[in-house]
Design a protein around this ligand. Structure first.
Ligand code: IMP
Ligand code: MG
Length: 182
C-alpha cells in the first residue's frame, strides 16, 4: 500500500512483539479468575483479535460501541452508548480493551458506566496512550505504546472511518485533516 498520506510510526512487527508481552502479563495477572475482555468498537477490533490470542487462559469476550460528539480529530466528552454489552458482567473481572486514550474522556465515561454494574474488578488495556493530551486523570493498567501528539491511523484506528485496515501505524499528515475543514 502507498503510504504517501502518513509517516509510519510503529511497524506491524513492533505491534506484534508488544501485544505478545501484554498478553503474557495479563495471563499472569488474571490466572485463576473469570476474565471478560471488553473490546470498544470499532477501533480496538484488530488489537483485541491479536491480544486475546496472546492470553493463555480461559476468557469470554464482549463488545461495546460508544461515540463522543466532537470534531473528527478530538472528542468532546459527551459520550453515548451505541451498542451495550450482551452479557451481565456482575461478579466478573473486566478488562476494557481500547485502541487509544487521548483526552481520557471516553475512558472516564466507560469506567464509571462499567463500575456501576457490580463487577469484581475493572482494568484498562490500551494499545496507545497520548499521555500529553490528557484532560482528566485516567490511567491504563496495561499500555502498548505511549505516543506523541499527532493523529495516528492504522491497525484499527481510523480517520473518518478510513485507514483501519493498514497493518502498520502511521501519523497522518496534518494536511489530510486540515483540508477537510477542521
Ligand atoms: P478521548 O476520549 O479523547 O480519550 O478519545 C478516545 C477516542 O478518540 C479513541 O477511542 C479513538 O476512537 C479516538 N482517537 C483519539 N485519538 C486518535 C488518533 O490519533 N487516531 C484515531 N483515533 C483517535
Ligand atoms: Mg475508538
Amino acid at each position: 500500500m502507498d503510504y504517501d498520506f502518513m509517516d509510519v510510526l510503529i511497524t506491524r512487527e513492533q505491534i506484534q512483539a508488544r501485544v505478545g508481552e501484554l498478553g503474557a502479563q495479563i495471563s499472569a495477572d488474571y490466572s485463576g479468575r473469570d476474565l471478560t475482555v471488553v473490546g470498544i468498537l470499532k477501533g480496538s477490533v484488530l488489537f483485541m483479535a491479536d491480544l486475546i490470542r496472546a492470553i493463555s487462559m480461559p476468557l469470554t469476550i464482549d463488545f461495546m460501541a460508544v461515540t463522543s460528539y466532537g470534531s473528527s480529530t478530538t472528542s468532546s466528552g459527551n459520550v453515548r452508548i451505541l451498542k451495550d454489552l450482551d452479557m451481565n458482567v456482575a461478579g466478573r473481572h473486566l478488562l476494557i480493551v481500547e485502541d487509544i486514550i487521548d483526552s481520557g474522556l471516553t475512558m472516564q465515561y466507560l469506567l464509571r458506566n462499567l463500575a456501576a454494574r457490580g463487577v469484581a474488578s475493572l482494568r484498562v488495556c490500551t494499545l496507545f496512550d497520548k499521555a500529553e493530551r490528557r484532560l482528566v486523570d485516567i490511567h491504563a493498567d496495561y499500555t502498548g505504546f505511549v505516543i506523541p501528539n499527532g493523529f495516528v491511523v492504522g491497525y484499527g484506528l481510523d480517520y473518518n472511518q478510513l485507514y483501519r485496515n493498514l497493518p502498520d501505524i502511521g501519523i497522518l499528515h496534518p494536511e489530510i485533516y486540515t483540508k477537510a475543514g477542521e
